[in-house]
Design a protein around this ligand. Structure first.
Ligand SMILES: O=c1ccn([C@@H]2O[C@H](COP(=O)(O)O)[C@@H](O)[C@H]2O)c(=O)[nH]1
Length: 255
């Protein structure tokens, strides 16, 4: 199939060293599939997201295989490990992965202020020691797969927006560079945080694509217009019959 010419994949405003635009989530345990997807979507996206599925299967060697490819095509790498543990353990995990030089790393804001402030301090030192640019530290607030009913089930009575706002405020006060939120909370966080606070937004479904396990969803265009910095798109691209065409169509929808 012919892939339509893509507009510039750099959309939105880059903040805190986070290049703005669409990042494709390479959620697979298959290294060949990940490298093929990375090649196919490269002309249409700003970055590639490596998450738990790929990293647990292939570790640093797999990361480097994707990062080498990303470097050749000028894409940013987002290492989405969603670290969540005591401060010392998260600091140790960062020490292990900061030398890989991803542009973004995630950790859970519900790990608390002590964990986040320690992460910020240590990431600076880890990056300096490794001679790499410090990654942006991005706090996961309330997963986009959760709704008010799910929050109540785990003892968090707050509605998702109130809980996301609370955690985003905590993340900013702890020195993080931004948060992961759903499209539904972008406007409220933008109003409550510094303009340079990065908003990383999954839960994106172009028209006609099923939500599946995601509960707080919007289209990429709606999230872009609301002010997302990073648009995270996985299955709408990777499960499409033609991933390059799907990525090109999403990039085109933002123009
Ligand atoms: O709250 C969150 C945090 C991270 N994610 C990640 O984004 C992608 C979304 O994949 P889709 O296939 O587009 O649903 C996936 O890698 C998640 O781990 C999220 O969805 N929600």
């Amino acid at each position: 199939m012919t892939v339509p010419a893509a507009p510039s994949p750099a959309v939105g405003r880059s903040v805190s060293g986070v290049p703005a635009g669409v990042y494709c989530a390479l959620d697979t345990v298959d290294l060949d599939r990940a490298t093929t997807l990375a090649r196919l979507v490269a002309p249409h996206v700003t970055g590639l997201k490596i998450g738990l599925e790929f990293f647990l299967a292939h570790g640093a060697a797999g990361y480097r295989a994707i990062a080498d490819q990303a470097e050749r095509t000028g894409l940013a790498i987002f290492l989405d490990l969603k670290l969540h543990d005591i401060p010392n353990t998260v600091a140790g995990a960062l020490r292990a992965v900061v030398p890989l030089a991803p542009r973004l790393i995630t950790l859970h804001t519900s790990g608390g202020p002590a964990m986040m402030t320690r992460a910020v301090e240590d990431a600076v030192n880890d990056a300096e020691k490794a001679g790499v640019v410090r990654p942006a530290l991005i706090g996961v607030t309330v997963l986009t797969s959760l709704d008010a009913h799910d929050l109540a089930a785990v003892g968090q009575g707050a509605d998702p927006q109130a809980q996301v706002l609370r955690l985003a405020g905590l993340a900013q006060a702890s020195g993080l560079d931004g948060v992961v939120c759903s499209p539904a909370e972008i406007a409220a966080i933008r109003a409550a945080t510094d303009p340079d606070f990065a908003l990383v937004v999954p839960g994106l479904r172009p028209g006609g694509v099923v939500a599946g396990d995601q509960k707080r969803v919007m289209t990429p265009r709606a999230a872009h217009d609301l002010g997302a910095t990073v648009l995270v798109v996985g299955r709408a691209i990777t499960a499409a019959a033609d991933p390059a065409a799907a990525a090109a169509s999403i990039a085109g929808s933002l123009a």
